[in-house]
Design a protein. Structure first.
Length: 306
């Protein structure tokens, strides 16, 4: 069934790029509402922004959504991954600034908050997009692909020059609580050289060694080290789940990202929606519902380290 959160839950933190304090509240919403954002600091004009692929502004660093009135919200991918991974289909996400709080750089704090409030099943069947045709997009050496499949399977390959990350591959099917157990605590990561470049442009001002894994060559600079030896590829899969949820409904199909990022995953969704017959919205059967990312999620499976 469609699902919302039982009661509002609030998170406070700083924006990764602005460094400014920000509050985010996930509120319950009616069946068929979908996921929407609202900028509570915007008093004049349209402050509602849909969590939807066609309002994503393709930027390399994060997923940013912008409505027709120009109201925008950056870094929505980790809260989107948490909502997708917990099976929340309807919610109003209020934020009092231009950027979602980065918290610990993963989705685990959002997941813990959502599951602690509890999920409310609603009197409407959940709908999903079946992938019927293979769609692929490329940008240089990077590519991303959607293919037909019974459940959402995410497969990712990364290849970084820093030995601390290097080449990592992973494939997981997003059902039976996989997201909470395997991915939700994987933190965003970056290279020290990128941090220096971003700071020079006035970005990543809220970034600290507590909310991102920073690597330099073969060294992990963040105290405490990694939560998983392959935390980097797990985080890319987390990002992909959040970015794919911008389809407006869960996807039933296989996603492969090869050195892909937020922008390319959005280009893939745009290509899939532009290709006649590539996606079909279905009312999920009981069998399909059991395959969705939120099926089988349990709070006690959030990794203890997060
Ligand atoms: Zn991320």
């Amino acid at each position: 069934m469609q699902t919302t959160i039982k009661a509002p839950v609030r998170f406070t933190g700083v924006g990764l790029h602005s460094g400014a304090p920000v509050r985010l509240t996930i509120r319950p919403a009616a069946a068929h509402h979908g996921i929407w954002f609202r900028r509570t600091d915007i008093a004049v004009g349209d402050a509602l922004i849909p969590a939807r692929w066609d309002v994503v502004e393709r930027t390399p660093l994060c997923t940013k959504v912008v409505n027709g009135a120009g109201a925008s919200l950056s870094t929505v991918e980790h809260v989107m991954a948490a909502l997708a991974g917990c099976g929340v289909t309807n919610a109003l996400v209020e934020v009092d600034g231009p950027e979602v709080p980065i918290l610990d750089g993963s989705s685990a704090p959002f997941v813990r908050g959502i599951l602690a409030r509890g999920l409310q099943r609603q009197a409407a069947p959940v709908r999903a997009f079946e992938v019927l045709k293979t769609v692929e997009v490329r940008n240089g050496e990077a590519w991303a692909r959607l293919e037909p499949g019974k459940a959402l399977e995410i497969s990712f390959h990364i290849d970084f020059p820093d030995a601390a990350i290097g080449v990592q591959d992973k494939v997981l099917t997003m059902s039976n609580g996989t997201f909470v157990r395997e991915l939700c605590d994987a933190r965003t990561f970056c290279r020290q050289s990128d941090v220096d470049a971003m700071r020079a442009q006035g970005l990543a001002l809220g970034g600290t060694l507590d909310n991102a894994v920073v690597v330099d060559g073969d060294r992990i600079l963040s105290p405490g080290g990694l939560r998983h030896t392959d935390e980097a590829v797990r985080h890319k899969m987390l990002d992909a789940l959040g970015d794919l949820f911008m389809a407006g409904a869960p996807l039933l199909g296989r996603y492969t990202g090869y050195r892909a990022g937020h922008s390319l995953t959005n280009t893939l969704l745009r290509a899939a929606f532009a290709e006649p017959g590539a996606l079909r919205m279905v009312t999920c059967s009981a069998d399909q519902m059991a395959q969705l990312p939120g099926a089988g999620v349990h709070m006690d499976e959030i990794p203890a380290v997060a």
